[in-house]
Design a protein around this ligand. Structure first.
Ligand code: NAG
Ligand code: NAG
Ligand code: NAG
Ligand code: NAG
Ligand code: NAG
Ligand code: NAG
Ligand code: NAG
Ligand code: NAG
Ligand code: NAG
Ligand code: NAG
Ligand code: NAG
Length: 651
């Protein structure tokens, strides 16, 4: 590219310092293979995507560079007062744009005579140097409305090149594998980290760039679990062994592509337990286990989608995180981090180009802080055109109504509840009473284990043995075998949970087929007798349970869990796990935060708060009705937006 050639010719070394547009020296550093530029402004860090300028205008400015504000849609009628309000509006809406970009201002006008004098006076009053772009440069920042936005400008003596800027946030909780950003329509890795701490830097675009973009997810900043392929970026699956034998992804998976097509911006790949497994924090060798912002910051983030859950609990600058759930891998990280997270109905969205655990049980779910925004995102993401082929999961074709046919009964399983911590159970009881009042539903006790055993006429352990077959067959065939075939044992090593398993476990196809046939038959029974539809209710009942640790803290450090005041999660494959129900029958299962309880921390030696959540299980296909129910509860104040940081809720 012309611009790049110019830059390289000008500065073969790593640091670029040119006169700034307003006269001082403005310094930046080349980063990434594209020689994009990182710079500091008022102690904040930025990335200028100079490899992909969005606009260039003819300009006689001498070689110089620096931050700039672009103001489009200025007309002779615009007044200084309107501009002041517009600039203040942009500063309020965006965490990328700051006053420091106002030293130089590029306006969509040919000269002062195109503007109302009050505009010129106002800008001069701010101390801005005004650069005239000519009549109307098209822009990324909204051309129909007056939306001043931040850019980075480089003058080469003939033209002024304008590029998008992204703010670089330090991943202080270590929830990301790497930051990513887009240039020329392709995703790139940002390998930069903060020099003092080693925290990865995560680039987020200005929110003002999506002002005129009407797509459902326009400009939303999204973290993605690092088992989703993103074209051009290395997928690590949390394993250096896997990384060592695989190239950068050749294709973006359809589930992730849909988010990008709807305007979502992938700001980074996020930490996962190796191969999205249920490995504990202390079993991680290849990556630093993510830190939870909650409580004493030593709480567990759960296992496979751990980076996703804890990042949403940690960072206001991140809007959503995308994970996967086979056994509980969205549901439990949401519970531990006190965020919203859903396992959708089996078959809801294609799982191609995602590291496979089980075609029949893998699902793609979403983490969020705000219940209404969570519901809106999920509804636009899960398109009927992306439903899985039924041959993949042995379940009927999915139909997903979007109405308000709410359940009549809330089922309380006496074999899974009450919660171990009485203070947490009090919060659950309050939620149940509020929810039953809001929905005109009754709360009924039942025995989940007995219900399943009576229904399928075999023991729960027998059913779970089938589920284990369903979970293992594709993991070995699709993930373990190709890895082992290419991999020389030694360095880098595979973590303990898989080291032997990947070499020794096999599941023969006939056992797999019988387990699938059992699933097909028993899911049909379940959806006829237990979670069924009526004319009035998509799911006549919903089941509540806890995918967390019953209101007791669970820690990243193994020894801290030995105390009676703490707990380790129950075996996600065992009879005490409520999460297996949705995984086997294919139901929708959502984790929702409902409160918090104190615990005495043996890390900080003071009382800390940990979140309390509940899971809601609805009949397969009732995902959108369940989201409508969530909206109803949010409208009535029963569910609330959770906060980032130490506490999910204000005290
Ligand atoms: C460009 O630089 C030359 C030489 O330093 C100087 O004479 C001239 O005034 C500068 N032009 C502008 C537009 O700043
Ligand atoms: C410029 O704006 C002022 C208000 O600030 C207004 O009174 C005046 O008519 C405007 N001038 C033109 C030429 O539009
Ligand atoms: C924004 O508005 C406030 C008060 O309304 C004012 O003090 C401030 O100067 C404005 N900032 C800019 C950049 O216009
Ligand atoms: C140039 O702009 C920057 C950023 O607004 C400001 O800090 C600096 O003082 C300006 N320099 C001159 C010479 O105006
Ligand atoms: C505004 O920008 C968009 C995208 O850059 C473009 O499609 C549209 O035509 C522009 N509208 C006007 C009024 O310039
Ligand atoms: C679903 O998969 C089966 C088996 O692979 C195939 O025969 C069938 O054509 C597929 N159906 C659709 C709609 O793609
Ligand atoms: C519950 O019943 C009340 C009164 O009978 C009614 O106003 C309300 O709309 C019902 N709520 C729902 C969610 O159906
Ligand atoms: C639930 O049912 C199972 C199987 O019948 C039984 O073993 C268990 O004791 C029951 N639990 C409760 C709390 O009733
Ligand atoms: C399938 O269900 C039958 C009972 O209906 C059971 O005997 C068998 O173990 C189950 N699983 C497999 C893989 O056959
Ligand atoms: C449910 O709706 C169908 C079709 O509208 C109707 O035939 C049937 O009688 C209804 N069932 C009940 C229990 O109301
Ligand atoms: C902290 O340590 C004390 C003393 O060993 C123990 O009783 C308590 O349960 C511990 N707290 C937690 C939350 O583990």
């Amino acid at each position: 590219m012309k611009l790049q050639t110019f830059l390289l010719a000008l500065c073969p070394t790593a640091t670029l310092a040119l006169a700034s547009l307003n006269g001082t020296l403005f310094q930046s550093t080349f980063v990434s293979e594209l020689q994009d530029q990182a710079f500091n402004l008022d102690r904040l860090q930025y990335l200028a995507i100079t490899s992909d300028p969005v606009l260039s205008v003819s300009s006689a400015l001498n070689a110089s560079q620096g931050p700039i504000t672009y103001i489009s849609a200025l007309s002779a009628k615009t007044t200084g007062d309107q501009l002041r309000k517009a600039i203040n509006g942009s500063l309020t809406k965006d965490d990328v744009f700051t006053d420091s970009f106002l030293g130089d201002v590029l306006v969509s006008a040919s000269g002062p005579s195109d503007l109302n004098a009050s505009v010129v006076d106002y800008l001069r009053g701010l101390g801005s140097n005004i650069i005239y772009a000519g009549a109307a440069g098209p822009t990324t920042c909204g051309n129909s409305t007056l939306v001043p936005c931040p850019l980075f400008a480089i003058a080469d003596g003939k033209r002024l090149w304008l590029s998008r800027v992204e703010r670089l946030y330090a991943d202080t909780y270590r929830t990301f594998v790497t930051g990513t950003y887009e240039s020329n329509g392709k995703y790139r890795v940002l390998t930069q980290s903060e020099a003092r701490t080693g925290y990865p830097l995560i680039p987020v675009p200005s929110r003002l760039y999506s002002t005129d973009d009407n797509r459902a997810l326009a400009g939303l900043r999204i973290g993605v679990k690092d088992i989703y392929d993103l074209k051009g970026i290395q997928t690590t699956a949390g394993s250096l062994a896997y990384t060592s034998v695989n190239n950068a992804a050749a294709k973006t998976g359809p589930a992730l592509q849909r988010i990008i097509d709807l305007g979502g911006v992938v700001v980074g790949k996020q930490k996962t337990a190796q191969f999205a497994s249920p490995a504990s924090a202390w079993q991680w060798n290849d990556a630093f286990y993510p830190r939870s912002p909650r409580g004493d910051t030593f709480l567990s983030c759960s296992a496979s989608s751990s980076g996703a859950g804890c990042s949403i609990a940690a960072y206001g600058w991140l809007d959503f995180a995308v994970g996967t759930d086979t056994g509980l891998s969205v549901r439990q990280p949401a519970a531990f981090s006190g965020t919203y997270g859903n396992r959708p109905s089996q078959g809801m969205i294609l799982m191609d180009n995602i590291v496979t655990n089980a075609f029949n049980a893998d699902t793609a779910g979403l983490f969020a802080r705000d219940p209404a925004k969570w519901a809106a995102f999920a509804k636009s993401w899960y398109a009927p055109s992306l439903h899985q082929n039924t041959s993949v999961n042995g379940l009927p074709a999915l139909s997903v109504p979007n109405d308000r046919t709410f359940p009549k009964r809330i089922l309380y399983p006496v074999d899974h509840l009450p919660l171990q911590n009485p203070a947490a159970e009090t919060i659950l009881q309050k939620f149940l009473s509020d929810a039953s009042a809001a929905l005109n539903a009754t709360v009924e006790k039942f025995n989940l284990t007995r219900t399943i055993e009576n229904l399928v006429d075999r023991t729960l352990l027998n059913v779970l043995a089938d589920l284990s077959v369903l979970w293992t067959h594709d993991l070995i065939k699709e993930t373990a075998n190709p890895l082992i075939a290419k991999y020389t044992p030694g360095f880098p090593p595979i973590d303990q949970p898989f080291r032997q398993v990947f070499r020794t476990v096999t599941v023969d196809d006939s056992t797999y087929k019988r387990a699938m046939a059992n699933r097909t038959r028993e899911a049909a029974l379940w959806h006829d007798k237990v979670l069924f539809s009526t004319n009035d209710s998509c799911s006549e009942a919903i089941i509540v349970y806890d995918v967390g640790t019953g209101g007791l803290p669970s820690f990243r450090e193994e020894d801290l869990n030995d105390s009676p005041g703490a707990a380790v999660p129950v075996d996600p494959r065992g009879p005490r796990a409520g999460s297996t129900t949705a995984s086997y029958f294919g139901d929708a299962d959502y984790t929702v935060p409902i409160g918090q309880v104190p615990y005495f921390s043996n890390v900080t030696f003071q009382n800390e708060m940990m979140p309390v959540t509940v899971n809601l299980v609805a009949k397969r296909g009732c995902d959108f009705v369940l989201f409508n129910l969530i909206n109803e509860l949010a409208d009535r104040g029963v569910l609330k937006t959770v906060l980032t940081g130490k506490q999910a809720f204000a005290s």
